[in-house]
Design a protein around this ligand. Structure first.
Ligand code: ZN
Length: 366
């Protein structure tokens, strides 16, 4: 299966290790894909390993090599208890079975669209639901979560994506704004059979191939979350797929949810990145991004656990001169090749905007 690398089609096929979801054999296909890249559409070619894998994402999507990236590892040196973190409240999450969700295979995950009548309270803004999707490993290595805790992967991870509906009309308008998105992350591990997850998983056979769709009767989406909604990690990060906009307020629940071994196996084996008529089907496996550098950020936690770092929040933030941070960020951005110059400018503007916000909030010294 060829994939496009900087305008060229090169033959790449690794065993069950990536998702290449586009039809782009021959000249016409190449042109189509190249035009899509020039238009900077959401990624239509998504691969996690190999020469065009996640390490190469910044070449086409500069934000992927920029600041505030996700996922991350939660380890005690970066955790800071925050008593202001309230349990989230979910409105409209209990959807009657007479309503239906659309489930689809988008070529790199299985995604279920949600209604904006569902929204979250107890965040800085009201965030309306957009979709949920999953990340997972493979049948031989069930370590497919994106976030890790103390370096430990979980079997899989569910993301429920919301957008700031107080400020933006839809997710498209919100996704590249600093306060645009809020994502809930639920870590999955092996345990007893989970009847709520089965309400989605039982439809996998109908979305086996890219672009297939199925209808899922409504149910209470809150039942996909852990019982303990009061204990979570909170930080500012990014989309974990290109274009990796640093626009996500993450809430990663501390307590994993259990699904059975058989359910996990279904997730790891049911779907393909390719369309049903593709002569070279590719299994959809290992669709998780590896953890990113965390630098001088902090993760706020709503619970007391372990020994907190001796430094206070302010001493950590003040330990790095913000002007040095900005200059370093600008240098990195401007070193990106000329064809992505406009994106680099966007990145610098983003950093300036974030810095000015921080100064206004009084977080950073002038
Ligand atoms: Zn995700």
């Amino acid at each position: 299966m060829p994939v496009l690398a900087q305008g060229k089609v090169i033959p790449v096929r690794t065993q069950s290790k990536f998702c290449d979801t586009s039809k782009h054999r021959g000249t016409a296909g190449t042109v189509t894909v190249f035009v899509l890249l020039l238009l900077d559409k959401p990624v239509s070619l998504l691969i996690y390993t190999g020469p065009d894998g996640e390490k190469a994402w910044p070449k086409k999507y500069p934000f992927c090599g920029g600041v505030f990236q996700s996922p991350i590892d939660f380890h005690k040196d970066i955790l800071q208890y925050d008593s202001n973190l309230l349990p989230l409240e979910f409105v409209g999450y209990n959807v009657p079975s007479t309503d239906q969700f659309t489930l689809t295979n988008n070529g790199h995950s299985v995604k279920m669209y949600l209604s904006p009548t569902m929204y979250i309270r107890n965040l800085p803004f009201e965030y309306a639901a957009s979709q949920l999707h999953l990340h997972w490993g493979n049948r031989n290595k069930s370590e497919g979560s994106e976030h890790t805790i103390g370096g430990k992967h979980f079997a899989a991870e569910l993301h429920i994506v919301h957008y700031n509906s107080e400020k933006y009309p839809d997710i498209t308008a919100a996704m590249d704004k600093a306060d645009g998105l809020a994502v809930l992350a639920i870590l999955l591990e092996i345990g007893p059979f989970n009847p709520t997850y089965e309400k989605i998983f039982r439809h996998f056979r109908n979305v086996k191939y890219k672009d297939q769709m199925a209808l899922v009767p409504g149910f209470n989406i809150q039942e996909l979350l852990p019982n303990r909604l009061d204990e979570y990690y909170r930080y500012e990060g990014s989309l974990t797929t290109p274009p990796c906009y640093p626009s996500v307020l993450w809430t990663v629940f501390r307590h994993p949810v259990k699904i059975s071994q058989e359910q996990l196996r279904a997730l790891e084996t049911a779907m393909y990145c390719t369309e049903s008529d593709d002569p070279e089907p590719l299994e959809m496996v290992d669709n998780f991004r590896h953890v990113q550098k965390f630098d001088e950020r902090l993760v706020f936690i709503s619970f007391h656990e372990g020994k907190l770092h001796e430094q206070t929040v302010s001493s950590l933030l003040f330990s790095v001169d913000p002007r040095a941070k900005l200059i370093s960020g600008m240098t990195a951005a401007l070193s990106i090749s000329h064809w992505s110059f406009l994106s680099a400018i966007t990145l610098v503007s983003w950093q300036l905007c974030k810095l000015s916000q921080d100064i206004l909030k009084g977080i950073l010294p002038l």
